[in-house]
Design a protein around this ligand. Structure first.
Ligand code: EPU
Length: 302
């Protein structure tokens, strides 16, 4: 346990936070690996300021755990404390051509809720697992849609300043699987610009995309999506495939037979298995193609 200060923790309830010591990150991440860490559930956004200030005063590093769908957490006990934002009962508010969504909301569900109101433009993102906040941080994208260009404004708690700010889209940089947010920025909600489109049409498009995705990605297995980024103009999945690595096993990790840039936890894997597999792939791709792969998954190590 990192946070061993009963006096500090005793104030959490009053602030709207809850302490969950020694949670196994394997139970909170889609890869199903990761050792123990202290979690703090932020049930009311107002709790962020005193909690973050208290952690800072005690010299305790912290991070934010969103949907846990793009995180590879090491097996060893984590010194960092992870905050989690509770999902409010009402996660969306609709306006004429925009929607305001809580960062803690599920991305796929949000896309479908917009569709029901005849708002499109986000269909490509429907199968991307995780929270809206996580999608913003990673500038998640699929099938020609990225979330960044849809953003109008973002409300963000700036950990370094200890206050909440509303940012206009122009104040945030979005690139391929990357945003300009600082690690201690916590997104609270986002306003996205939408395009009117009949529900039936959106549904038809979503069905087609789901079919494509099911055919080319191992959706039923434990994964974190693509593990490496695509280098400019190249496909990492194709390179790993061409090297004949599909089905390769390291410990409990297997290179998916369906998509070679997906590493799946098939046999009770550890994070160490993932790191070994990633090193193996990196080495082979460097040797075979002269290309250095960059991780897409976010690695949490002490
Ligand atoms: N390919 C192979 N073998 C494989 C995998 C792919 O030959 O094992 C070939 C495909 O046939 C295709 C090309 O490589 O010609 C590209 O494959 P795909 O269409 O599956 O797209 P990708 O570039 O591998 C990207 C994103 C995915 C996103 C899909 C669909 C990255 C790293 N990956 O994959 O995002 O779902 O496009 O738009 O940008 C993620 O971010 O976690 C992710 C899965």
């Amino acid at each position: 346990m990192t946070l061993n200060d009963p006096q500090f923790v005793a104030q959490f309830e009053r602030w709207g936070a809850r302490f969950r010591p020694d949670e196994r990150l394997s139970e909170h991440t889609s890869l199903g690996v990761g050792g123990p860490a202290d979690l703090i559930d932020i049930e009311r956004p107002e709790a962020l300021e005193p909690v973050v200030r208290g952690l800072f005063e005690r010299g305790i590093a912290w991070g934010l755990l969103g949907g846990g769908t793009n995180v590879l957490a090491a097996d060893e006990p984590h010194r960092r404390v992870y905050l989690r934002l509770a999902r409010p009962s009402q996660t969306m508010e609709f306006f004429d051509d925009t929607v305001r969504i809580s960062a803690a909301a599920d991305l796929g569900r949000s896309v479908m809720e917009c569709a029901k109101r005849n708002f499109g433009g986000m269909e490509g993102l429907v199968g991307v697992p995780g929270s809206v906040g996580g999608a913003l941080r990673m500038n998640a994208g699929a099938y020609g849609t990225e979330i960044g260009p849809l953003v109008r404004t973002i409300t963000v708690f700036r950990g370094a300043l200890g206050r909440t700010e509303e940012l206009a889209a122009g104040a945030v940089g979005f690139k391929y699987r990357k945003s300009s947010f600082a690690p201690d920025d916590i997104m609270l909600d986002v306003t996205l610009a939408l395009h009117p489109r009949p529900f039936r049409e959106i549904l038809e498009h979503v069905k087609q995309l789901n079919l494509r995705r099911r055919g080319s990605q191992p959706l039923k297995e434990k994964s974190a999506g693509c593990i490496f980024k695509n280098p400019p103009g190249l496909s990492t999945g194709r390179m790993i495939d061409e090297l004949g690595m599909k089905g390769t096993r390291v410990g409990g990790v297997v290179v998916s037979e369906r998509h070679a840039n997906f590493l799946v936890n098939r046999y009770d894997a550890t994070a160490a298995d993932f790191f070994r597999m990633m090193d193996l792939i990196r080495g082979r791709v460097l040797h075979g193609y002269g290309v250095e792969l960059e991780e897409e998954v976010i690695v949490w190590k002490n």
